[in-house]
Design a protein around this ligand. Structure first.
Ligand SMILES: Nc1ncnc2c1ncn2[C@@H]1O[C@H](COP(=O)(O)OP(=O)(O)OP(=O)(O)O)[C@@H](O)[C@H]1O
Ligand SMILES: O=P(O)(O)OC[C@H]1O[C@H](OP(=O)(O)OP(=O)(O)O)[C@H](O)[C@@H]1O
Ligand SMILES: [Mg+2]
Length: 419
């Protein structure tokens, strides 16, 4: 306790301390217990160290409202990308008033959209105030803290890429890996490694899993990168994307110090999925649109006229020379080209065929060159809006996770619900 008190006292007010040596679980539990019993003798540090996920979350009964609610980030870097993604899926959010927190998606009747801070999206999923949410995976893991009420429906929405990593001063030339950091002789019970982070739950798990005890965690709300230079911490655990902020603050990442990879995810409340009529159906539609859009986003549609003897002969030739690249989704679509004959009626002389293939955007020029080599001409390249395939694998995974079978979903209609 003495270590905790002194650490908290010497730090600026935006720090709070959490020493793993004390046994974090005991500390937190006693703080929560004390709060419930109305005992008010806790130190500032121990009150601050309570994490939202540990605070009593009042879960509302699912019967208390009819509408389905989705929470999306109201501000910060996830907000615009979320709106753009929904837009791209023809799920434009209509805000009646820019200052209002509630909105709707006209294409999804029966669902309200609520603008929330990223942390609150997770908290409100846990409390039952919203049913579906879009948030960074980092936030989901930190605030959700592995609560099985939170079900990840789509784990790769393709924006908000970043990772949570340990960063140490660049001047520490001998420390370039996690083992080197942890085995440094400087750290002891009396002088633990001081790590500042906004991700206390994830930090606790990370160091706990490593069995590393000579560590003291501090939390702060922003500008963590300044803490080592100020002497307030030895290293930081924070989000990294381009790495610019670290570089500009003379910090570096170390091998093995990458704690979590993150991007935007679609999450739903398990209770809502199973009990709130219509939720599963809406999630299915969102998932289908997202999957179809995200698949299409990586592809161009290519059509070309290719000379050949038969459709089969062209297919064999393309497969032999273009391999996977010219195979398309399931295989190329090849059809005869009909031109106007002498009698002005369409006829095929069997020499030209139209080939249509979905090609990864990154390899488009390679594909065009190969098609040309195979006698292709008139190569047209189109953007793709959606690729709807069979039931998305993520849907099947969700149904399995919920312990349902596909028939349960077939019978689900808004207003029906799963019983
Ligand atoms: N540098 C970054 N690059 C890419 N994605 C990031 C980056 N920083 C954060 N994110 C992602 O965006 C989410 C929201 O972060 P953002 O900084 O926009 O808001 P916030 O930190 O929650 O709010 P604020 O900092 O304004 O209080 C994070 O949870 C993470 O998933
Ligand atoms: O690797 P980079 O591309 O430089 O990005 C990393 C920075 O981005 C985030 O901060 P943010 O800009 O969200 O500011 P905040 O600390 O106020 O949230 C994060 O906390 C880092 O400081
Ligand atoms: Mg931020």
């Amino acid at each position: 306790m003495a270590a905790l008190m002194s650490a908290a006292q010497v730090k600026p007010s935006w720090f709070s301390a959490h020493n793993l040596l004390r046994g974090p679980k005991t500390g937190r539990a006693s703080a929560v217990r004390a709060e419930r019993s109305g005992v008010n003798h806790l130190t500032v540090a121990s009150i601050r160290q309570q994490k939202p996920s540990m605070q009593a979350v009042y879960r509302r009964s699912v019967e208390s409202r009819d509408s389905i609610r989705m929470g999306i980030p109201s501000k910060g870097r996830m907000a615009e990308d979320t709106m753009n993604l929904l837009d791209d899926c023809q799920l434009k959010v209509r805000k009646i008033n820019p200052r209002q927190y509630a909105a709707e998606i006209p294409n999804v009747p029966g669902m309200e959209v609520w603008f929330q801070r990223a942390t609150d999206v997770v908290r409100k999923l846990l409390s039952g105030d919203i049913d579906i949410g879009i948030v960074g995976y980092d936030m989901l893991r930190e605030i959700g803290n592995e609560d099985d009420e939170l079900v990840v429906v789509h784990d790769a929405l393709g924006f908000g890429f970043c990772h949570l990593a340990i960063a140490v001063p660049s001047s520490w030339e001998d420390i370039n890996s996690l083992p080197e950091l942890l085995s440094d002789k400087r750290w002891s019970k009396d002088r633990p490694l001081r790590v500042v982070t906004a991700y206390m739950n994830l930090a606790e798990r990370f160091f706990g899993d490593l069995g590393f005890e000579n560590v003291e965690l501090f939390t702060a709300d922003g500008a963590l990168e300044a803490a080592p230079a100020m002497g307030a911490a030895d290293c930081i655990l924070d989000l990294v994307s381009s790495g610019t902020t670290l570089r500009e603050n003379n910090l570096k990442q170390i091998e093995g110090g990458r704690v979590l990879d993150s991007q935007g995810v679609l999450v739903a409340s398990k209770t809502a999925l199973l009990e709130r009529p219509g939720t599963l159906e809406i999630v299915h539609e969102l998932l289908e649109r997202l999957e179809a859009h995200l698949r299409a986003e990586g592809l161009f549609m290519v059509t070309a006229n290719v000379r050949g003897e038969t459709a089969e002969e062209i297919a064999t030739r393309l497969a032999a020379n273009g391999g996977r690249l010219l195979r398309g989704l399931q295989g190329p679509t090849i059809s005869p080209i009909f031109t106007a004959g002498e009698d002005n009626l369409p006829s095929s002389d069997g020499t030209f065929f139209a080939v249509s293939i979905g090609v990864p955007k990154s390899r488009i020029y390679e594909a065009v060159k190969e098609i040309r080599k195979q006698g292709g001409s008139g190569v047209l390249v189109f953007p793709l809006t959606y690729v709807f395939d069979e039931e998305p694998p993520r849907w099947n995974a969700l149904i399995n996770h919920l312990g349902l079978d596909s028939r349960d979903y077939q019978h689900l209609k808004i207003g029906g619900g799963i019983r």
